[in-house]
Design a protein around this ligand. Structure first.
Ligand code: PLP
Length: 387
């Protein structure tokens, strides 16, 4: 039986076109981009071509793109790099309660070294009020970090309104755009951000490669030291096949984004309407309209998201409990708690995320099996039967 993969927010398969572009750079073109002979120059050219493709996708200049190991490193580099450049200790970061762990844990580690951190709340749909940002900025604030599109609930923030404030106050604005780049149009000029994190494996590229957009003129220090690659900002021999893959993925995204947004939004809306109509006591988490075209996140009262996922898995459907990210963690999702959900609803949540190979059949299959799974699990729940 063909499986329905509905966890594109966790990772995406490498597109065949991307794999084809990458393969020669493992053996046929083995050069180190820093080498001066022909092989080195071929590798250098491939890296620079990829930089142009990625820059084009987000309306940046090629020399504003730093390649690094992925979304996690990009988030670490953005925050630690800015803090280090501005003399760590005594400085202040403003961020939100619904950031990815890569941002939150970086903030906590900086906090231990003397940085002060303000974590802003969001409303019940996951939206940050730009006025909260204005109120939180202090004279010693170095950087504000706001996730563009949330990985769990899909809510998309109004970054242009936030950047108007950070610019007026003269502080840097970083956004974790890992879930957004390649899925919705992202334009660093329109957003007004200074730093933006990208990960290849969320847009049909390989794992272990990503990029940080750094607006020209931004004062930022490296967090890795060595041979001075990437204009001295990120040492380490370039992951040439990975970079080529990310470049190709960016090219493919640019060509398909408009039609994919439309196609996936329709599938997502069918999924949301179908589940809300057939499963009683269910809520959609996140913003009803201001959300990623590929994200649906639900809370089912009186059941555990984990149990729903295991049962879906048996039915050939891959999805994540809403509290996901790491299957080893048993804590409820910090994102769902930040929306004000009570613990039992945060535990009873499910994220379905769509992508390139998702079809109407996948959606119909979920609508066919999920209501029965939830009903069976509820029938076993002492809280449900007491009702
Ligand atoms: C996946 C993800 C990351 C981490 O990216 P990696 O390349 O896996 O390190 C960071 N932020 C968000 C929002 C993500 O979805």
């Amino acid at each position: 039986m063909k499986r329905s993969y509905l966890d594109y927010a966790a990772t995406t398969p490498v597109a065949p076109e991307v794999l084809d572009a990458m393969l020669p750079y493992f053996h046929d073109f083995p050069g180190n981009p820093s080498a001066i002979y022909a092989e080195g120059q071929q590798a250098r050219q491939a890296v620079e071509t990829a930089r142009v493709s990625l820059a084009r996708l987000i309306n940046a200049r090629p020399d504003e793109i730093l390649f690094l190991s992925g979304g996690t490193e990009a988030d670490n580099m953005a925050l630690s790099g800015i803090l280090n450049a501005n003399g760590c200790g005594g400085s202040h970061i403003v961020t939100t309660a619904i950031e990815h762990h890569a941002v939150l844990e970086t903030c906590y580690s900086l906090e231990k070294k003397g940085t002060s951190v303000t974590i802003l709340p969001v409303d019940s749909q996951g939206l940050l009020d730009p006025l909260e940002v204005a109120r939180a900025i202090r004279p010693d604030t170095s950087v504000v970090s706001v996730i563009l599109a949330n990985n769990e609930i899909g809510t998309v923030q109004r970054l242009p309104e936030i950047s108007r404030i950070t610019r007026e106050k003269g502080v840097y604005l970083h956004t974790d755009a890992v879930q957004a780049v390649g899925r919705v149009p992202v334009d660093v000029q329109a957003l007004g951000v200074d730093l933006l994190s990208i990960s290849a494996h969320k847009l049909y590229g390989p794992k272990g490669i990503g990029a940080l957009y750094v607006r020209k003129g931004t004062r930022i220090s490296p967090i890795l030291w060595g041979g001075g690659q990437e204009r001295g900002k990120r040492s380490g021999t370039e992951n040439v096949p990975g970079i080529v893959g990310l470049g190709k993925a960016a090219e493919l995204a640019a060509a398909s984004i408009t039609s994919e947004v439309e196609r996936l939004s329709k599938l997502r809306d069918r999924l949301i309407a179908g589940l809300l109509a057939t499963v009683p006591e269910t809520r959609l988490n996140g913003h009803p309209t201001q959300r990623l075209p590929n994200n649906a996140n639900f809370s089912f009262d009186y059941v555990e998201g984990e149990s729903v996922c295991l049962n879906l898995d048996l039915a050939g459907i891959s999805a994540s409990p809403g509290s996901a990210c790491s299957s080893t963690s048993t804590a409820p999702s910090h994102v769902l708690l930040a929306l004000g959900l009570p613990q039992h609803q945060a535990f009873g949540s499910l994220r379905l995320s769509l992508g390139r190979w998702t079809t109407g059949e996948d959606i119909e299959r979920v609508l066919e099996v999920l209501p029965g799974i939830v009903a069976r699990l509820r029938a076993m729940s002492p809280i449900w039967t007491r009702k």
